[in-house]
Design a protein around this ligand. Structure first.
Ligand code: APR
Length: 258
């Protein structure tokens, strides 16, 4: 059945989306300094749960309650069980179209950089090599006694895991709430945001600092900011173009726009 007003509305929306996609495509074509900031939503289509919203609960606990130094000193076993659960999901996951698109962009744009809040390593597994990991890597561990850090990819990991050098308790090598980000990585990320003409913000709620500031810094420096997310986020007001949808699907559409 034809519903004239409704059909026209849908047609206009699809056309507006198409035009916005063409605009972003054109920006992508002429950009000299493109960057992407990714968050948990970039890995959602690989089956990795995001942190906030309904997905973010584990055994009735929220990520914010588990990913803290206080939670680890109080109950390292529970925190390690949560990380073991996430490591298991990540080990079985495959990069999705979002990761693949960003890896492909690196080949097209010699100055493309991806800055990620994710610790899953899926950008690298998709083939990206210019990746800044703001929050560390889930495959890295650090000794709480002698401070040595190294890669440990065992799944499952023995709980509680002990340091291969001194036998002390190791912790996940990720940045927790209330902890500082690695200063060299952070400085490079801000320098890249300041020196950007096109800045993609993909799958992040934009509520965790200092990562969220990167988009605003890029915008202040004159970058065209493109957000990709199924829902508006805290960074939507800073976006010049909001492409609403799942990251993999939006990137696939962008590639196919011709
Ligand atoms: N494609 C794109 N975005 C998606 C998708 C998808 N398929 N699915 C969900 N999203 C969006 C959600 O709408 C939300 O805005 O991804 C975002 C996920 O938000 P968070 O769970 O808050 O993740 P993130 O922004 O990466 O969190 C930042 O907080 O817990 C800490 O250190 C952790 O790096 C993490 C940081």
């Amino acid at each position: 059945m034809m519903v004239p007003g409704l059909d026209q509305g849908l047609g206009e929306r699809a056309q507006a989306r198409h035009l916005l996609g063409r605009l972003v495509q054109e920006r992508l074509r002429v950009s000299q300094r493109p960057r992407a900031l990714t968050g948990a939503g970039a890995s959602a289509e690989s089956g990795i749960p995001v942190f906030r919203g309904a997905d973010g609960w584990w055994r009735n606990r929220r990520a914010e309650e588990l990913a803290t130094p206080e939670a680890f000193s109080r109950d390292p076993k529970t925190v390690w069980e949560w990380y073991d659960y996430r490591r298991d999901i990540i080990a079985k996951a495959k990069p999705n179209l979002c990761h693949e698109f960003l890896a492909r962009m690196e080949n097209i744009h010699p100055r493309w950089h991806t800055i990620t809040q994710n610790v899953d390593g899926l950008h690298q597994r998709a083939g990206s090599s210019r990746v800044l990991e703001l929050h560390g890597s889930i495959w890295q561990v650090r000794c709480t006694a002698c401070d040595v850090d190294y890669e440990d990819e065992r799944v499952p990991i023995p709980i509680l895991p002990s340091c291969r050098t001194c036998g002390g308790l190791v912790r996940p090598g990720v940045v927790w709430f209330g902890e500082s980000l690695p200063q060299d990585v952070l400085q490079r990320a801000f320098a890249l945001a300041e020196d950007s003409d096109l800045f993609f913000v993909v799958g992040t709620s934009g509520v965790v600092e200092p990562a969220a500031s990167l988009a605003r810094v890029a915008k202040s420096a004159g970058a065209f900011v493109v957000e990709i997310n199924p829902e508006p986020s805290a960074l939507t007001p800073a976006a010049d173009a909001f492409l609403q949808g799942k990251a993999g699907e939006v990137f696939e559409r962008l590639l196919g726009l011709g």
